[in-house]
Design a protein around this ligand. Structure first.
Ligand SMILES: CSCCC(=O)C(=O)COP(=O)(O)O
Ligand SMILES: [Zn+2]
Length: 206
């Protein structure tokens, strides 16, 4: 059964309240979306306070990132959402957050990825059923040109169909799921793992 636009909009509003409340979407940062149809997404309007979203703070776009609602400006990062919906038909929700831990960890890491291994919580990611797995999270350098950034992300996605999320250096996290609840679970898992990684690095001084 497909969800109504009203229900999907409410999922975005609720996600914003939760993510802002956890401190992962401060100062109008972040953007969220759900799939509206095979060829359309419902996405946050640019520049809104994500803890105070209302029913008018979302809009429909096509999968090229064009607004389907004149007068409403879609997120500056719309293309990073729509490329994911085009990439995998089963993706139903995409979340982008700006937590302190994602920002610091991505800045501290000179490599173009981080890898999680032997954490039980890796099983919170879709497709992972054991701690004996490796979750590689690519880190892309930040870029104000979102089309150029999306063009750098696409080859990674194509080469890694099991990718569960990625970081943009000094900027934030993108993750997704079949439903909003799946994307939210992955955000929580990432945040837990980022914190473990930072604590481990500070104890080991690396
Ligand atoms: C103040 S955060 C800068 C823009 C950004 O990175 C972001 O996530 C929010 O952009 P949007 O256009 O979606 O509001
Ligand atoms: Zn952002």
């Amino acid at each position: 059964m497909s969800l109504t636009r009203e229900h999907l909009a409410q999922e975005i509003i609720d996600a914003g309240r939760f993510l802002y409340g956890r401190g992962w979407s401060p100062a109008t940062s972040s953007n969220y979306s759900t799939r509206l149809s095979p060829s359309e997404a419902l996405l946050t309007v640019s520049g809104k306070h994500k803890g105070q979203l209302g029913i008018d703070d979302v809009l429909a776009t096509d999968l090229k990132g064009n607004s389907l609602e004149p007068g409403k400006k879609p997120s500056a990062e719309t293309l990073l959402h729509t490329q994911l919906y085009s990439w995998r038909a089963e993706i139903g929700a995409v979340l982008h957050t700006h937590s302190v831990n994602a920002t610091v960890l991505s800045r501290l890491t000179p490599e173009d990825f981080i890898e999680f291994e032997d954490y039980e919580l890796q099983k919170a990611f879709s497709g992972i059923s054991t701690h004996e797995s490796r979750v590689r999270v690519p880190i892309f350098d930040n870029d104000q040109d979102i089309a150029r950034l999306a063009a750098k992300v696409q080859p990674w996605l194509d080469a890694h169909p099991d990718c569960v999320g990625y970081l943009i250096r000094g900027h934030g996290l993108y993750t997704w799921g079949a439903r909003m609840s799946d994307a939210l679970r992955q955000i929580e898992a990432f945040e837990f793992l980022f914190e473990c990684e930072l604590k481990t690095r500070s104890i080991l001084n690396r």
